[in-house]
Design a protein around this ligand. Structure first.
Ligand code: GRF
Length: 205
């Protein structure tokens, strides 16, 4: 097996279950993603994703932005930690906080997020988890899906890299739709990260 030494290092940011984190970890093992998941950062102490990180032998820590006097100070601290770990890319995977602008600036076009809807619809502040799927069903959409996008200073706003469409079925509940979308997220996210790392997207400066 290729050693990790030459591979780009990814930090995955989570707040919850971490099933996308798991799909990224698994993809590094199968070779779909030629990178090392070198760090997991959680906004919540009880996130199950932290256990997934521990099981995979990945260093992790809890980082609470509001523990700092200002978001700027939190941002500087976080950038310092990421640089100390030689992190090249950041993948947000169910991370519920807004990244401090210092982090976005330090990693411009190297931070991605996965969102469980077809952005630009059903994105933005407050649009997370079951809220997204409830809104899709309330609007009687015929399809939903998953989007992977570049992260900038605004929630769910950066350039969309890839989307995977999923049919909305007549008897869908927020939970059944979420599960069907999540299944696609797990396939989509590792592939998009791999393409990003390989420089296959022509990104705005
Ligand atoms: C996913 O649906 C992702 O699109 C959204 O939050 C959810 C996280 O799920 N941003 P998990 O923690 O990866 O299982």
């Amino acid at each position: 097996m290729e050693s990790n030494e030459s591979k780009p290092k990814i930090a995955v940011f989570i707040s919850g279950g971490g099933s996308n984190l798991q799909s990224l970890i698994d993809a590094t093992k199968t070779g779909i993603l030629s990178a090392e998941i070198a760090l997991v950062v959680s906004s919540k102490r009880k996130a199950y994703g932290l256990e997934r990180a521990a099981k995979a032998g990945i260093e992790s820590f809890v980082f609470k932005i509001n523990k700092y006097p200002t978001p700027e100070e939190a941002g500087k601290e976080l950038v310092g930690i990421l640089h100390d770990h030689d992190i090249d890319y950041i993948a947000l995977a169910g991370y519920l906080s807004l990244l401090p602008p210092e982090v976005v600036r330090a990693y411009r076009n190297r931070i991605v997020n996965i969102h469980p809807a077809l952005l630009p619809k059903y994105g933005g502040k407050g649009m997370y988890g079951h809220h997204v799927h409830e809104a899709v069903l309330a609007a009687h959409e015929k399809e939903s899906g998953a989007s992977v996008h570049i992260v900038d200073e605004i929630y769910d706003n950066g350039e969309i890299l890839e989307q995977k469409r999923v049919a909305v079925l007549p008897d869908d509940t927020p939970d059944s739709l979420a599960a069907r979308v999540l299944e696609q997220e797990h396939k989509l996210y590792p592939r998009v990260l791999q393409k990003l790392i390989k420089g296959e997207y022509n990104l705005d400066k």
